[in-house]
Design a protein around this ligand. Structure first.
Ligand code: GLY
Length: 402
C-alpha cells in the first residue's frame, strides 16, 4: 500500500514537472532568492534599526561581530546599492526608505580625491538611487564625484591613478603611479557623468583609461596583472605587480572579474567592438581555466599554490555572473554565456554558499576573500558579494522576462 502511494506521488510530481517549463523554473528560482534576500537582509536592517543611526555593514570581524564601516571605506556604496536592488526586486518601500537614508549619508564622498574608489562608492549608491528615483540632487552628486575622480587623471600616462603613494602600506612598494585592474569599475561613473552633464571630458578619460589598461594590464592569455605602476612623467610602465593576488604573475580571481565587468560596461557605453572582444576573451580565460572548479566558483587566485585546498572567492563569482548576464546581451555566443551565468547563480544559491536565514550575521553569501596576502577577510561574507549577487539576480530576471 505504502509502495503504491509513493509511486502515485512520483507520477504526480513527474506530471507536474513535465508541465513546468523552463520559464516557470527560472521564475521559481528568482522568487526563492528574492524571498531569501528579503528575509535575511530584513533581519540585518532590523539589527541596524535596533542599534540606531545609519550603519553600513561590510563583513564579519574575527570576533564574530559585524563590521560596520565609515563612508570613506571603498565598500561604502554596496550596502546602499543592496537596498536599491531589493527595492527594485520587491517594490517594498522599506528598502527605499533606508536606501535614501544610507545613500544620502555618503553625500560628502563626492569630494573625495585621495583614492579612485569614488566610482564604486557613488555609482552603486547614488547611481542606483538616481536610476530608480530620478532625484535631480543625486544626479549632481554623481557629476561632482566624477569631477573628483577626474583629478586623478594623469595626462601623459593616459590613466587615472588608483592609489596615492605617500601613505599607508602603498608607500612601501616604491610605486610612482599605481593603477589596479579594479579601476576599470570606476569608469561607469565617468560614462554616466558625461550623459548627465553633456561634458565629454569624463567620457574621454574613461576611454583613455580603458585603452591604456588594455595595452598594459593584460597578458597574451587575457589574464590581467593586478597593479601596473606608471611613470606619470613619461607614461612608461615601471612595474607589473600584485597586491591582493598570490604572485605578480598570477591571476587574482577578483581582478579577472573586475576586468570582465569593466570591459563589458565599456562596450555598452561606447559600442566599440574592441571592448566587446576584450570582455569575451577575459570570459574565455575565466570559464575555460583548468583551475576553475566544476561549480564555477573560483579559488581566490587561479594560480594559488595549494588548489584545491585554497579558499574560494564568492565575491569574484558574483561579479562574474553579473557581468556575464550583461555580456550575453552583446555577444554572438550570448546563449552560452547566459548559461554559464545561470550555472554560477545555481551554485551561489546552494547551501554551500548561501547562508541559512538568521546565520552569517545576516549577509546573503558566505565564503569570500577580501585580501588574503594582507591577512584580512579570508572566507567571510562581504557586502560586495551580496551586492553583485542581487545585481545578477535582477539582470537574470530582466533577461527571463524578455
Ligand atoms: N578594490 C578592492 C578589491 O577588489 O578588493
Amino acid at each position: 500500500m505504502k509502495k503504491i502511494g509513493i509511486q502515485v506521488l512520483a507520477i504526480l510530481l513527474m506530471t507536474t514537472f513535465a508541465h513546468c517549463n523552463q520559464n516557470d523554473l527560472s521564475n521559481f528560482f528568482i522568487q526563492e532568492n528574492i524571498n531569501h534576500a528579503s528575509t535575511q537582509i530584513g533581519l540585518q536592517l532590523k539589527e541596524i534599526n535596533k542599534q540606531g543611526g545609519v550603519l553600513n555593514p561590510r563583513t564579519i570581524n574575527e570576533d564574530g561581530s559585524t563590521r560596520y564601516i565609515i563612508k570613506e571605506d571603498w565598500t561604502s556604496g554596496f550596502f546602499p546599492g543592496t537596498m536599491w536592488y531589493l527595492y527594485e526586486l520587491t517594490g517594498n518601500e522599506k528598502w527605499k526608505n533606508y536606501g535614501i537614508k544610507i545613500t544620502e549619508s555618503l553625500d560628502s564622498v563626492k569630494y573625495l580625491t585621495w583614492h579612485h574608489d569614488v566610482g564604486f562608492m557613488i555609482n552603486c549608491s547614488f547611481g542606483n538611487a538616481y536610476r530608480l528615483t530620478g532625484n535631480e540632487e543625486y544626479k549632481q552628486v554623481m557629476i561632482k564625484a566624477a569631477e573628483s575622480l577626474s583629478t586623478r587623471f594623469r595626462h601623459v600616462a593616459g590613466i587615472t591613478q588608483s592609489w596615492n603613494v605617500d601613505r599607508g602600506w602603498q608607500a612601501t612598494r616604491g610605486w610612482k603611479c599605481p593603477v589596479i585592474i579594479d579601476n576599470m569599475m570606476n569608469l561607469e561613473l565617468l560614462f554616466k557623468a558625461t550623459q548627465l552633464s553633456g561634458d565629454s571630458t569624463f567620457y574621454n578619460i574613461a576611454v583613455s583609461h580603458a585603452d591604456k589598461t588594455m595595452q598594459n594590464h593584460f597578458r597574451p592569455d587575457y589574464s590581467s596583472y593586478h597593479v601596473i605602476d606608471y611613470d606619470p612623467e613619461t607614461g612608461s610602465v615601471r612595474k607589473k605587480n600584485t597586491a591582493q593576488g598570490y604572485a605578480h604573475e598570477s591571476a587574482w580571481a577578483r581582478g579577472q572579474a573586475w576586468g570582465l565587468y569593466g570591459y563589458t560596461v565599456c562596450y555598452r557605453e561606447t559600442n566599440d567592438p574592441q571592448y566587446l572582444k576584450m570582455a569575451e576573451q577575459i570570459a574565455n580565460f575565466i570559464l575555460n581555466h583548468p583551475n576553475l572548479p566544476q561549480d564555477l566558483i573560483p579559488y581566490w587566485d587561479f594560480d594559488a599554490p595549494k588548489i584545491p585546498e585554497e579558499p574560494r572567492d564568492v565575491s569574484a563569482a558574483a561579479i562574474i555572473a553579473s557581468a556575464l548576464y550583461e555580456l550575453s546581451l552583446y555577444s554572438n555566443v550570448g546563449n552560452e554565456i547566459k548559461l554559464k551565468a545561470d550555472q554560477i547563480m545555481e551554485s551561489l544559491s546552494s547551501s554551500e554558499y548561501k547562508a541559512e536565514i538568521g546565520k552569517n550575521n545576516y549577509f546573503l553569501l558566505m565564503h569570500s576573500v577580501g585580501n588574503l596576502p594582507g591577512g584580512g577577510e579570508i572566507d567571510v561574507p562581504l557586502n560586495y558579494a551580496d551586492y553583485y549577487f542581487l545585481e545578477a539576480l535582477n539582470r537574470k530576471r530582466k533577461l527571463e522576462q524578455k
